[in-house]
Design a binder for this molecule. Sequence first.
Ligand code: A3P
Length: 306
Amino acid sequence: MADITQTSKNDRAALMEMIHSTTKTSFEDLLFSYKGILYPSVICSLETFQALEVFEAREDDLLVVTYPKNGTNWLIQILYEIMALVHNRERGLDATMIEFGSPEVIARFKDRLSPRIFSTHLQFKAIPKSFFEKKVKMLLVLRNPKDTAVSFYHFHNNLPSLPSYDCWDSFFKDYIDGNVCYGDYFDFVSAWEKQFNQETMMAITFEEMKLDFLTTVRKISEFFRLPLSEEQIRLVAKNTSFNSMKEKSENTHGKLGDSFFRKGEIGDWKNYFSEDQSKVVDAMFEKYLAGTKLGEMLNYEKYCKF
Ligand code: A3P
């Protein structure tokens, strides 16, 4: 089994292997709490969080910020495709999640060529200070809270490094209580909403990507100042469609491919939520996000009502 301190050049493959081959099974072994938030213990550690406190960002870094299951892997693949076209880079993916792996993995980030692509599920207050000091551009990707919950539920049951649930109702309770990795969805989005800085941040939604992918790819390339021709935008969209990414997933995610690329649809929540569960999430949306800029972007009436 791979070890969290290993010095393999291919940190990404090593992380996938660690996730796949863990023999831990219980909640207590698979999750740990740091500053009141749960994290997956197979790939996150206290030492890594300490190393992140002194992480040095560069002005031209790119940071993708997502709550889990909001389209992280999709965005990362898009950015790697864009980088291949604009900077003539090889298409292979690196490890991008700043909070995954050992402090050695974080130390090796400094060997990467600029511009570096990073991603994170960290709540606003946990982002290393240097990203703000260096005014690093951050792309926040949001997905409606109901599809997020269903995707997260399946992820828990398919990924060996997360605890399994015997039924949807028990996952739903933990999701609503914020008793899941990275904490409560509404805390996550509300904190980014309060700190949203138009100069350095852009928000997009999973739903807008699904509905008008070319426009979203264009917005992403303009935001990061990575200019693409219309033909290149179409190529990026083709290479990062759900089917294309799922087909390549054995190369990109090894044995975990099916866990990361499940359905890729809007509205699967209707197959899981009861009326009462739906009302609980509606009330939370109303309390925390209704009327806010990010809340409006989620288009709640359209995507989250029966
Ligand atoms: P589902 O479980 O609803 O299928 P993350 O990368 O943050 O873990 O998010 C995973 C979710 O994004 C999964 O949702 C996955 O299927 C979906 N996804 C990944 N790539 C996608 C793509 N190219 N198009 C649409 N959805 C995609």
